[in-house]
Write a protein that binds this ligand. Sequence first.
Ligand code: LMR
Length: 398
Amino acid sequence: MFFDHLELAPADPILGLTDAYKADTNPKKINLGVGVYQNEHGVTPVLKCVKEAEKLLLETETTKSYLPITGHPEYGRLTRELLFGSESPLVSDGRAVTCHCPGGTGALRIAADFLYQQHVASRVWISDPTWGNHFQIIEAAGLKTERYPYYDRANHSLAFDRMLDTLEQAQEGDVVLLHACCHNPTGMDPTPEQWDEIASFLARKKLLPLIDFAYQGFGKGLEEDAYGVRKILERNSEVLIASSFSKNFGMYNERVGALTCVCANKDACVKATSQIKLTVRCAISNPPAHGEKVVINVLSNPDLRSMWEQELKEMRERMHRMRLLLADKLKAVGAGDFDFITTQNGMFSFSGLSKEQVEKLRAEYGIYIVGSGRICVAGINDENVDYLANAIAAVVKE
Ligand code: LMR
């Protein structure tokens, strides 16, 4: 018998919630678990620009042959334009390579495999709290992990001083995993001044930044959200960035992400590219094409590009509106002061609800929230917000 010793693994704390939500028969149930955008009708739509690009693709695609190991070079160039700005020399001066990976998760895993296999580093510092999957991905690759404090729960703010104090213990050559914007799960991002300090700190301590950039455009805007990445690049010559088009293109199931490796010079980049290609070849051989071609079509066609920016803006503004509405409703029903929700960015709000309160909301109200108290604000709409606010008030008052 080979498999009879296996233990039952727990359900995934985020994706497992979706299964439980689907099985729930409560007609008032609300899914605020997984980080997937929902419109005002509770639907996760295919963006219009994506539909248009797909039509174009259907008409013009002539082959389904393999892509290069790193994906189409144009996809890499367009990704770097978004990351660094179209005027940045890094877009095409040969110091940076971009490799299409299946989603932001795929990019993180390829980055971790590359770091471990090439003995670039052995230890990665990760924010506490963070996206639940970070530890698993990094450790599955063989790297060690350490935690740095990030969030002050009592004051609902960034624990900036404690973060840098703890990172003082990092050794030269260690990696620091940062969230470029819309920190998952807290929604709290460093201010521009704090990013400036982080950038100088990393350079002084000779630490390698690994930046998870899964939500570009969901915070303040495409350019604004890239502030931290660009600042870090001003002061640090070597950086890894895992980006994702799952959220900002709404292409969750197409698995469209990218790993960008910025090197100190062109020669180092040629060598890094060759090793990243080996890593990809062992893991997935080469990337899936559909989502990548859609991204290329949208970003390189001026009409589709402006349609995308408009749709992205609408998603961003709707999520912000729902934050304001929820904070107002919570105040109105006497749940307390939840104004901090309105200062957080992006898709997630760290509500401060305890594990017990989260469990009660699920069992008694059919409201699904991640155990840490993280709420996906995209699941809120005008129809369900009163029910939600009353339920939260009931559990916090107990
Ligand atoms: C989330 O944090 O909910 C998303 O990034 C989806 C996931 O894979 O966990």
